[in-house]
Write a protein that binds this ligand. Structure first.
Ligand SMILES: Cc1cc2nc3c(=O)[nH]c(=O)nc-3n(C[C@H](O)[C@H](O)[C@H](O)COP(=O)(O)OP(=O)(O)OC[C@H]3O[C@@H](n4cnc5c(N)ncnc54)[C@H](O)[C@@H]3O)c2cc1C
Length: 480
């Protein structure tokens, strides 16, 4: 092994997702010497078509395949590139509901958190990464969900997006981190090293030493050692606890990983709802939150093929009728997981458990979703769960199991959090109320790991708002 490249910085930010980018940018703007390192590549938003196989290979961890193991498995995905998840997601945006913040205050002892105190942080982030509603009429697929909800008297709304729409409604540009905060970070003198993975942190003579590897464009690895006064760990809710645990920091780290588990269905209509070039669907049914929510997924042909893959003749069906089909989902907050490292493996082992109640909520949500889509005039709804029958009538919904009774990987997720919760209740938390790791000088967590519980709504707004709040607090206190 060659000798490591040695670097120094005042502040090291590890990971460049929304948490890392917001933190790094504010630190750089405040005049600090900041180095942000990112394991993945630095790619433009257009480097691969959105939701393509190429995008999964270049911008996702493990090409988009990560699995939490347990009696009921869960498949999830994480971004791995400069900008993290923000580069691959749709940017559906919500501020954190008041009741979620209140539970963090009450159950985890998070100081000074609430809708009022968070408002300035949300607003500041929304000014840099724009949040907009569709300027004209949302896509037909989206409107169908809305129509089903209205027919049943359920509450539903359009979710705004981190997106800059063309005023004519013909498209626009996602407001990912690489388009927004990363630029600002670089403009303010921040240094960014992509293809650089940190494996361990250790404290030596009052400084942090981060060790890992950096790769050149040809993929050749070189060991590195970065010395810094302060470290902000923002590797995402799975990789952050993995890095901390490898570094011997384990107090309430990686014991409480949570997801928004999701089950999908394909609804088939008697007319076209899914034309090439349609804007991404944006409606969500809020009626049953916080128990479960519902929404629309991207429904390009390859996604429909994957969603129906266990059905006989799926590809022919998709070939023939994809324009009349849309993918919809129900999303809950159940299940709890642990993150542990295994000797010799770079990815941690994630073990998940669901209670009977969690499975009941998923089952109930799936039935309600089918009911809503039938009310939207779907001729049939095909649950993406092995062994489940198509639903083509009211009776079909009644025959569905009341609990999700499948363990075949039909449960997926794109939202992960809560592995290192923040708050003053040290029995339950890994950091103080503002992300400073208990008992570790100069060490902060700055990503979705800190969120004490699932957000119920799309989480990126919360990740950004909390990072903004925490880093301003650290700057104001001079990191004391
Ligand atoms: C497909 C998809 C769709 C989504 N849709 C939405 C949506 O519409 N709305 C919404 O609000 N949220 C959505 N999300 C979730 C949202 O993207 C995440 O909540 C958010 O990105 C989390 O930010 P983060 O900073 O915690 O971590 P991440 O975004 O996961 O970023 C962490 C970064 O750290 C890097 N890293 C990890 N380990 C190391 C290491 N050891 N050394 C160096 N770098 C490391 C990773 O490569 C990654 O780039 C979606 C996510 C996905 C994957």
């Amino acid at each position: 092994m060659s000798r490591p490249d040695v670097m120094t910085t005042s502040i090291l930010v590890i990971g460049s997702g929304p948490g890392g980018c917001v933190s790094g940018t504010l630190l750089a703007e405040a005049g600090h010497d900041v180095l942000m390192v990112e394991e993945g590549e630095h790619l433009s938003l257009d480097a691969a078509p959105h939701f393509s196989r190429e995008e999964m290979l270049r911008k996702y961890r493990n090409g988009g395949v990560s699995v939490a193991l347990g009696r009921h498995k869960l498949a999830w995905v994480e971004g791995r590139c400069v900008g993290g998840g923000s580069e691959v997601n749709r940017g559906l945006y919500r501020r954190t509901p008041d009741y979620v913040l209140e539970s963090w205050r009450k159950d985890f002892g998070v100081d000074n958190i609430g809708t009022h105190s968070m408002k300035a942080h949300f607003t500041a982030c929304e000014e840099i990464a724009r949040v907009e509603y569709v300027p004209g009429t949302p896509s037909e697929m989206s409107q169908r969900l809305q129509r089903g909800a209205q027919a049943l008297g359920w509450q539903s709304t359009e979710a705004p997006r981190l997106f800059s729409y063309d005023p004519d409604g013909n498209g626009g540009r996602r407001q990912s981190m690489s388009e927004t905060f990363v630029r600002r970070f670089l403009q303010h003198g921040g240094r960014l090293h992509a293809r650089t993975r940190i494996d361990r942190l250790r404290r030596v003579s009052g400084a942090w030493i981060a060790t890992g590897t950096t790769k050149d464009a040809a993929g050749r690895s070189q060991p590195i050692e970065i010395r810094s006064e302060r470290v902000f760990v923002a590797c995402g809710a799975v990789q952050t606890p993995a890095l901390l645990r490898r570094s011997g920091i384990t107090h309430n780290v990686g014991n409480s990983l949570r997801f928004h588990p999701m089950v999908k269905v394909v609804a088939e209509f008697d007319r076209d709802v899914n034309a090439a070039g349609d804007l991404d669907p944006v409606h969500q049914i809020k009626e049953f939150e916080p128990s479960f929510g519902m929404g629309c997924s991207i429904s390009k042909r390859p996604m429909l093929g994957v969603a129906l893959s266990d059905r006989h003749g799926a590809w022919d069906l998709v070939q023939e009728r994809s324009r009349r089909m849309g993918i919809y989902y129900v999303q809950t907050t159940g299940g709890s997981a642990t993150v542990r490292n295994l000797p010799g493996f770079s990815d941690p082992l994630v073990r998940i458990g669901f209670t009977a109640d969690d499975l009941h909520v998923l089952g109930t949500g799936l039935r309600k979703l089918c009911e809503g889509l039938r009310a939207a005039d779907a001729v049939r709804v095909i649950p993406c769960v092995a062994g489940y029958a198509d639903v083509a009538s009211k009776r079909g919904v009644e025959f569905m199991p009341s609990s999700l009774d499948s363990s075949d990987g039909s449960v997926t997720s794109v939202h992960v959090f809560s592995s290192c919760p923040m708050g003053e209740n040290e029995r339950r938390t890994a950091t103080n109320s503002f992300g400073k790791v208990h008992g570790a000088d100069g060490l902060y967590i700055a990503d979705a790991s800190l969120l004490c519980t699932p957000t119920v709504v799309n989480p990126q707004g919360t990740v950004m708002g909390v990072a903004h709040r925490n880093v301003l607090d650290a700057i104001e206190r001079r990191f004391g």
